[in-house]
Design a protein around this ligand. Structure first.
Ligand SMILES: Nc1ncnc2c1ncn2[C@@H]1O[C@H](COP(=O)(O)OP(=O)(O)OP(=O)(O)O)[C@@H](O)[C@H]1O
Ligand SMILES: [Mg+2]
Length: 217
């Protein structure tokens, strides 16, 4: 299964969600590979932090500008028998994002609770819908995931309603703004390594389960 985490909005939580989903699926015994498709190399640099020698699952750099045939061949060459492939996309909606969408079973769109970000999510959703139009088997599905939310605020409460209006599935599990999710990066750790009993880890675990249920796995 290929899951792309995509949104042109910078800093909405793509890398945080991509890395931790990969980490949790790995922890749940699923062979997982993280593809870092962002020239910023955020996921790769995160893995290089600290003195652990990387994440316990592979992170592979993927140059999405090489075009469909080469990217597809590269994924096939590195995927081996792995069950879960997570692609962390750059903050843009150009050809690489379309290519990632075309290759994916699911496009995860993290959305922060602000009207500006909901407009951005509409464009990201539209791109994934265009990819689905071009594909033949109803793929990719889209999952809109509330990200960096503050549970007590009106904006967060309204987010679900605004996302539902985009006509795609809205995750019942949102990822709250939690300091542990920023701190674990400094240590080069994923949330299940850094704070396994934290509410942040619990939310991401629930999201990982929800996605597997959605994809029938
Ligand atoms: N739920 C969260 N709680 C606290 N901090 C978060 C959360 N999600 C992301 N962050 C922090 O916000 C910043 C941006 O997050 P992240 O890098 O995951 O976003 P991104 O969408 O991948 O950014 P880019 O568009 O640059 O690729 C980082 O410092 C990250 O640690
Ligand atoms: Mg990123």
């Amino acid at each position: 299964m290929i899951i792309s985490v995509l949104n042109q909005k910078g800093g909405c939580g793509k890398t945080t969600i991509a890395v931790n989903l990969a980490a949790l699926w790995h922890d749940q015994g699923r062979q997982t590979l993280l593809m870092d498709a962002d020239p910023q190399r955020s996921a790769s640099r995160w893995a290089e932090q600290g003195n652990q020698g990387g994440f316990p699952f592979p992170v592979h750099s993927l140059d999405m500008t090489l075009g469909a045939r080469k990217v597809k061949a590269e994924i096939q060459a590195v995927v081996g028998g792995r069950e879960m492939v997570v692609i962390d996309c750059p903050p843009e909606l150009r050809e690489p994002a379309m290519l990632a969408s075309l290759l994916s079973d699911l496009v995860v769109v993290p959305v922060t609770p602000s009207p500006l970000d909901i407009w951005a999510a509409e464009a990201a959703t539209g791109l994934a819908q265009d990819a689905r139009e071009l594909n033949t088997q109803g793929r990719p599905r889209v999952l809109l995931v509330p990200s960096k939310t503050h549970p007590q605020t009106l904006l967060t409460r309204d987010l679900g309603k605004a996302l539902t209006a985009l006509g795609e599935e809205v995750s019942p599990v949102g990822i709250s703004q939690r300091v542990a999710l920023a701190e674990c990066v400094i240590q080069g750790q994923t949330i299940n390594q850094y704070a396994p009993n934290s509410p942040a880890c619990e939310e991401l675990t629930r999201l990982s389960h929800h996605i597997l249920t959605l994809l029938g796995g």
